[in-house]
Design a protein around this ligand. Structure first.
Ligand code: ADP
Ligand code: MG
Length: 391
């Protein structure tokens, strides 16, 4: 039995009603129990901060992934609403497809297309995995970049994902990337410059400006995407548990000076994943390195837009153009930012700093200006979670 009948509807409380009266998008609870063999352990695909995900097969043979949200807190309901509301509005080759959902008493379930080849995190950092070759890394960077660019630039209103990370990039056997996990996503109206929210996300991927102020813009996603690019380049996860390690400060702070140096010298040896054994295309490596350096800039205004990054990765935008466009965009933002909530002075200061350091691609971008990422990890965790209350 299910409450997901043809006439079922829920109020998502956001002004963007979801058409819950479609029989095609709703599933009967028993149908999902059968499809997943009773949510059996054998069918468990993964577990994240907010729920368990099971593989299932529908009677017509369609493979699905069923996300059963943990409903032990208000967060579960919020996650369900965010996920239905955002992903049901977004359809793109590089976004995981939501087939539908089920509401059954207190249960909230989301039914997704099944991504058969695990996550980027698994392929990059999973123990005993064969080395992901350079062509695959490039393909995953471009694919996930396109998915994110679509959310930011083609959806109206735009969608900010808020939890971009390697474990939320699913893959198929052709290594086509699909951005997933929209539980923290926010709809972002054009008429506003940013939203101030409780800071959520994953330690190691959080933009420092967002972590410290709670001010969310699409540039918070751009930063997290930059961390994913760094993982693809270096083969390292965003944080290390080894306290003695040379990069205990985290991947971004470790990589920043090396990125500048590599771009100046066109020598990527100090940065690149040693497991690649120098088997990579240098032009593509330069592109990915320049994009990563631009994405993880401390100032959100100096980070490019996702569409520009995709163009640069594919070689349709020169790295000089990427720099110039970011800068001119930044200047016009500074001119138009008279509001008290948008820090115009900081914006101008950042431009000055940027003008001085552009040649060295963010070289030595002052860590003291907004601190290192680790300072924001009040509750370091590997999974999505709340970091601090800002509003
Ligand atoms: N559509 C899918 N196909 C295959 N595996 C999936 C799918 N969705 C999620 N998973 C697996 O389940 C894990 C957790 O799912 P996710 O949606 O990220 O949930 P959470 O919000 O709890 O992080 C993923 O990291 C992945 O391993
Ligand atoms: Mg996840």
């Amino acid at each position: 039995m299910s409450c997901c009948g043809d006439s079922c509807s829920i109020n998502l409380g956001s002004g963007y009603p979801i058409p819950l009266n479609l029989s095609r998008g709703t599933y009967i609870y028993d149908q999902l129990v059968r499809a997943t063999s009773g949510f059996s352990e054998a069918n468990l695909l993964g577990q994240g901060g907010f729920g368990y995900v099971y593989k299932g097969v529908l009677p017509e043979g369609l493979e699905i992934a069923v996300k059963q949200l943990k409903m032990d807190s208000k967060q579960g309901e919020k996650e369900f609403q965010a996920e239905v509301e955002t992903i049901s509005r977004a359809h793109h080759k590089h976004l995981v497809l939501l087939h539908g959902y089920c509401i059954f008493g207190a249960e909230r379930l989301l039914v997704y297309e099944f991504a058969p080849n695990k996550t980027l995190e698994f392929h990059l950092h999973g123990e005993g995995q064969p080395v992901l070759d350079w062509a695959a890394r490039m393909k995953i960077a471009v694919g996930s970049g396109k998915g994110l660019a679509y959310l930011h630039e083609d959806c109206n209103p735009a969608i900010i994902h808020r939890d971009i990370k390697a474990s939320n990039i699913l893959l198929d056997f052709g290594l086509e990337a699909k951005v997933s996990d929209f539980g923290l996503a926010k709809i972002f109206d054009d008429s506003i410059t940013h939203i101030t929210t409780r800071v959520v996300g994953t330690f190691g991927y959080l933009a420092p400006d967002y972590a410290s102020s709670g001010q969310l813009t699409e540039k918070s996603d751009v930063y997290s995407y930059g961390v994913v690019l760094l993982e693809l380049i270096t083969g390292r996860p965003p944080i290390t548990t080894e306290t003695e390690s040379s990069w205990k400060e985290g991947l971004v702070d470790w990589a920043r000076p090396l990125l500048s140096q590599a771009l100046q010298d066109s020598n990527f040896d100090a940065l690149v994943d040693p497991r690649l054994l120098s088997n990579y295309n240098t032009t593509e490596m330069a592109r990915m390195t320049a994009c990563a350096a631009a994405c993880v800039r401390l100032s959100p205004w100096l980070r490019p837009q996702m569409g520009q990054i995709v163009q640069a990765l594919e070689g349709h935008l020169s790295l000089t153009d990427l720099a110039e466009r970011t800068q001119s965009q930044h200047s016009s933002l500074c001119r138009s930012s008279g509001s008290s909530t948008f820090d115009a002075q900081k914006c101008m200061d950042d431009t000055k700093k940027h003008n001085m350091t552009w040649v060295s691609q963010d070289s030595g971008s002052s860590r003291s200006s907004s601190g290192s990422t680790s300072e924001y990890g009040l509750n370091p965790s590997n999974s999505s979670g709340d970091f601090q209350q800002t509003s």
